[in-house]
Design a protein around this ligand. Structure first.
Ligand SMILES: Cc1cc2nc3c(=O)[nH]c(=O)nc-3n(C[C@H](O)[C@H](O)[C@H](O)COP(=O)(O)O)c2cc1C
Length: 380
């Protein structure tokens, strides 16, 4: 950790609540900056599907998994607990990342990440300061020893989501993962090459972005670089052959999808349903984790997101076979509340909880977090 003050857990919680209070007026009306971000309708209107059931299910299914405490073992004062891991050659203090979400002023019209001297026109949030926002994400993650992810969105002459995120990653010496939408081949290749030149640790594609209404196959925007489409394993392999960097397919929800990701040459997948944005009535991400792990084993790294809020939730995913967890909306709210500091406070709290769960279950390192350390309720 670099310039982050190490706080005690109670202080972290107090500070987190203060950050939520700061964020609340800036994230209204879609988000209420709830103490527990559970996606429940009608209070939560963050995701765009009409019923919002997939997002709710992500959270609910995680609540049906419980940790098995056992503190009769020969241990130390807690300092020996080591949650660190490697991510494509980079050391991380714990297997926790932010999840990529672009266009801050589209999500939060009252966001403080606002470009001075630019007016929002066309209801399209053209005054969005995505550079300030992604810098907060990337720096906040780096400050706690994590790695930040940034996203991509449609082209707009006044907002440059992808370039802004890449700039933030470049300034952190490449410690970040840019996520590229499934554009037409030439557009994807051009963006992969830019991500490569920025020195990114790895490059991702949210292959499930084809389900997002205004990016669907029939949508043609004035300045959109073509449309986003599903791609075969062979197409993805060819597109990503322009880089030697590891690449990650985000938005995998079935064992078959995971096997195809292996065929496509991806180094990792993210099990994700886009917080429920892209398809309503899907299973929760945690429900498909074990089937996917069985299908691909150790052939590919498995990351997961959707409804993970606390270190205990991260523990559950590791016990069920994941290599790490991404957290979306709470980190976005943290950036809105206190920029990089907010992100670092939230992630420190999650990491503290993970380490406490490890201590309470007799796990010194992540390898010790095995399936017998959790119980799953019958109704799961
Ligand atoms: C408003 C919104 C916008 C999103 N935009 C993107 C995006 O541009 N690219 C992407 O890969 N994922 C995007 N996601 C999905 C997140 O990366 C992540 O999968 C999801 O938020 C994780 O669930 P959580 O918010 O419950 O933690 C978006 C999610 C939300 C809520």
């Amino acid at each position: 950790m670099s310039d982050v003050t190490q706080l005690m857990y109670m202080e972290l919680r107090r500070e987190w609540n203060r950050i939520l209070d700061e964020a609340r007026p800036r994230v209204a009306p879609r988000c209420k900056a709830c103490r527990e971000c559970d996606s429940r309708r009608p209070r939560c209107m963050f995701v765009s599907s009409e019923r919002g059931k997939s997002g709710e299910r992500n959270y609910e299914k995680l609540q049906q998994i419980h940790l098995a405490a056992d503190t009769i073992y020969e241990g130390g004062n807690g300092d020996e607990i080591d949650a660190s891991c490697m991510f494509f050659g980079e050391k991380m203090s714990a297997p926790v990342f932010n999840a990529p979400i672009a266009w801050i002023k589209n999500a939060f019209p009252a966001s403080h990440f606002k470009k001075e001297g630019v007016e929002a026109v066309d209801g399209r949030a053209t005054d969005s300061d995505d550079y300030g926002y992604t810098k907060a994400l990337i720096k906040g993650c780096a400050d706690v020893g994590s790695i930040g992810w940034v996203a991509d969105s449609k082209h707009h002459p006044l907002v440059h989501f992808f370039a802004d995120g890449l700039q933030a990653i470049r300034e952190q010496n490449g410690r970040g993962v840019p996520t590229i939408k499934s554009w037409e081949k030439e557009e994807m290749i051009e963006r992969i090459q830019r991500a490569d030149a920025a020195g990114a640790v790895a490059i991702a594609t949210d292959i499930d972005c084809v389900g997002l209404g205004d990016m669907s196959i029939n949508a043609k925007y004035d300045s959109l670089p073509g449309v986003v489409t599903p791609k075969s394993a062979a197409q993805l392999k060819e597109i990503f052959s322009v880089t030697k960097r590891p690449y990650i397919l985000k938005g995998i929800m079935t064992p078959q999808g995971a096997v195809k990701a292996c065929e496509a040459g991806a180094s990792a997948i993210v099990i994700s349903n886009h917080a429920g944005n892209s398809l309503d009535q899907s299973l929760a991400t945690i429900e498909v984790l074990e089937d996917i792990k069985r299908a691909v084993g150790d052939e590919i790294k498995i990351y997961i997101d959707g409804g993970f809020r606390h270190g205990e939730d991260v523990f559950k995913a590791i016990a069920m076979g994941a290599d790490g967890v991404l957290i979306g909306r709470p980190v976005m709210v943290a950036a809105e509340g206190a920029e990089a500091y907010g992100v670092s406070i939230y992630l420190q709290k999650v990491i503290w909880e993970l380490k406490n769960a490890m201590r309470m279950t007799g796990c010194r390192t992540l390898k010790d977090i095995t399936r017998d350390k959790i119980y799953i309720s019958k109704e799961f």
